[in-house]
Design a binder for this molecule. Structure first.
Ligand code: GDP
Length: 295
């Protein structure tokens, strides 16, 4: 990921051997290298600009400690800024005061929304929380069956009313069912489209208004880079999300989405999907991701 950023920074820094303080003048070559690496990783341009300005501000005036590799000192500054841009710390799921916690899953088709719904239920089950999944995607052929199959696999019940019922109704009845069976968490899988359209947003707005979810999580595909960040921004403007799940982080991703999504949408990345298997979901930790980017 980010194509050996640490090596590139150290290389750029070598030219500065013998300098004992980081200054505006001697940092420019290195900053250019950071900028190049971020743009190659498909990070949003404004995020890159702000990031470069911030690391320059933090680095200037730093005394190069004798005997310590100056490149390493600069890399520490970059590391700290990476953590900051990705949200500082882990953002946990919302927790309702009285059960069930209602989680609404939204996103475009093919991003991994249905898979993420089941992965999340599996993750919560491992934490000893009982879940109900609700199949409210009535448009994609086989979406309901897909969720039911996953439900059987992880032994989590699935609420469905077929594909003739109104999704708002399905969501509402699903939440009622969760209350009835005293589930701790109810996760609702909604319909995705190939692109954002008015019908989809209207339906999501109506579902949100009727069930009042504690968390509205947008599932985005990390492989789409800047597009993922733009989607998060648009969804947040239109329906107010409370976080994102970044899927396909295991793929041949250039990684830029992890840096852009938080900054562009203002909402935290809560989980990352790292494979097709049901266990392949991890809480998102900005510090761990920063280390991964730099290694
Ligand atoms: P939906 O249309 O958004 O509900 O998408 P699906 O959940 O059906 O997933 C679409 C495809 O992406 C499936 O083939 C999934 O196995 C795959 N997928 C989902 N999440 C991940 C992930 O984190 N990594 C990888 N490699 N594939 C994933």
């Amino acid at each position: 990921m980010f194509d050996a950023l640490t090596d590139r920074l150290e290389e750029a820094w070598k030219k500065l051997r013998g300098q004992n303080i980081i200054t505006h003048a001697n940092i420019q070559e290195t900053l250019k290298e950071v900028r190049r690496a971020l743009l190659e990783a498909d990070v949003n341009l404004q995020v890159v600009k702000d990031f470069i300005a911030d690391i320059e501000k933090s680095a200037i005036g730093v005394k190069v400690i004798q005997g310590v590799n100056p490149g390493q000192q600069f890399i520490k500054v970059v590391y700290e800024e990476l953590v900051k841009v990705m949200g500082e710390s882990n953002s946990p799921l919302a927790k309702a005061e009285s059960d069930p916690t209602v989680i609404l899953m939204v996103g475009l088709q093919g991003t991994g929304k249905t898979t993420a719904t089941a992965k999340l239920a599996h993750y919560l089950k491992k934490q000893k929380q009982s879940c109900l999944m609700v199949a409210a995607d009535i448009y994609r052929p086989a979406a309901i069956d897909q969720l039911k199959t996953l439900g059987q696999q992880i032994e989590v019940p699935v609420f469905e009313l077929g594909n003739q019922e109104n999704p708002v109704n399905i969501a509402l009845q699903g939440v009622n069912k969760a209350k009835e069976i005293e589930a701790d968490v109810v996760i609702i899988d909604t319909a995705g489209r190939l692109q954002i359209d008015q019908g989809m947003m209207l339906e999501l707005t109506q579902i949100k208004e009727s069930i009042n979810p504690h968390d509205t999580l947008l599932v985005v595909d990390a492989m789409t880079g800047q597009e993922a960040a733009n989607l998060a921004q648009t969804f947040h403007e239109k329906i107010k999300i409370t976080g994102t799940i970044l899927t396909k982080m295991d793929g041949d991703t250039r990684g830029g989405a992890a840096l852009s999504v938080r900054k562009v949408s203002g909402q935290p990345i809560k989980f990352v999907g790292v494979g097709e298997k049901i266990e392949a979901l991890q809480p998102f930790y900005p510090d761990r991701m920063a280390s991964r980017i730099l290694n």
